[in-house]
Design a protein around this ligand. Structure first.
Ligand code: PBG
Length: 321
């Protein structure tokens, strides 16, 4: 069966398509701005007008959805994180511009407080330096509603507070946003692989040596991830995500086989940086290794992959047809 291309194709168990891909974008203030992220070769922070250009490319390549990460000025960061739900904030303006220009492209947002907190954490901090759950959830709900009002299709709570999915779902229903979907970062691990992302959004300096181990999952645990997924589904999550991706494909497989719900993985910034670094040195061949990596996610049970490679992968897939 492996002898010829025709029989290899006939027995292929998984097929990667552009429909599996979700493209993340970093958004900055200004006009005509493109600022490279040194630790993520090929990735640029984009002002809203440039975001529209890149999102159009991604949409035309067949990618169904993008996810937005605002890079906020230090002046916009306050201990109460009120910038998170500013109706005229950078995230809210980016959402509404994309939905105006590309109404059929899915727009997902990041619901978490790290772009708005002076300390770079995803939630509010008490006097002891601890990230407090319930007070944070109240702010996250306001942020979620402001994204829905701006036109977001899918909310992605990436904060890992308990009870936030249920609180958001209730608030969305009460406000009439019944069709806004929630993709929860259900199994998000306290990972070192987020390093380049934190450079990109400017949270690395604010965080310093601090980590997020008091609210993100311990990388040693898999049962705990299953409990987190079950809780988010019970609270009304429509889709669940495992993050990071490749080092956690065992968790993806458990989640998909146990719950049989729409399951996603985030091929995070550090995974992207490793691939790009090896390819830049000529140690790996970029196109085949990236396609193999993406196929591995689908084989493990992913319905979709958030990846900084989405646009390239979609274009390579189109060429090879
Ligand atoms: C924070 C957030 C992070 C990522 C997405 N949302 C970083 C963190 O938890 O510190 C990481 C994404 C990546 O590494 O590509 N709300």
């Amino acid at each position: 069966m492996r002898k010829d291309d025709f029989s290899r194709r006939l027995m292929a168990e998984t097929t990667l398509t552009a429909s599996h891909l979700i493209q993340p974008f970093f958004v900055i203030e200004g006009k005509g701005q493109r600022v490279p992220v040194p630790s993520m070769p090929g990735v640029e922070r984009l002002s809203i007008d440039q975001l529209v250009i890149e999102a159009t490319r991604v949409y035309q390549a067949g990618v169904p959805m993008v996810v937005l990460f605002p890079v906020t000025d230090d002046a916009a960061k306050t201990p109460d994180c009120a910038g998170a739900y500013d109706p005229d904030g950078l995230a809210q303006r980016a959402i509404s511009e994309l939905k105006t220009q590309l109404p059929n492209l899915g727009v997902m947002t990041d619901v978490a407080l790290d772009p708005y907190s002076p300390h770079g954490h995803d939630g509010l901090m008490n006097d002891e330096g601890y990230i407090v759950n319930d007070e944070t959830v109240e702010v996250l709900v306001k942020q979620a509603l402001s994204h829905a009002v701006a036109g977001a299709d899918v909310l992605g709570p990436s904060d890992m507070m308990d009870g936030r999915v249920g609180a958001m779902r209730d608030a969305l229903e009460s406000a009439g946003h019944t069709n806004v979907r929630i993709m929860s970062y259900a199994a998000k691990f306290a990972s070192t692989y987020y390093g380049p992302f934190r450079d990109a959004v400017g949270a690395a300096a604010a965080l310093g040596k601090a980590d997020k181990t008091t609210y993100q999952i311990d990388p040693r645990n898999s049962d705990e991830a299953m409990h987190e997924v079950a809780a988010d589904l019970a609270e009304g999550a429509d889709m669940v995500m495992v993050k990071p991706g490749l080092p956690y494909l065992d968790v993806v497989q458990r989640v998909k086989s146990t719950f049989a719900v729409p399951t996603f993985a985030y091929h995070v910034s550090g995974e992207y940086a490793m691939l790009k670094a090896a390819c830049a040195n000529g140690w790996l061949d970029e196109k085949p290794v990236t396609l193999e990596t993406m196929t591995s996610f689908v084989r493990a049970g992913c319905d979709g992959i958030l990846t900084y490679c989405a646009a390239d992968v979609a274009e390579w897939l189109a060429e090879s047809r």
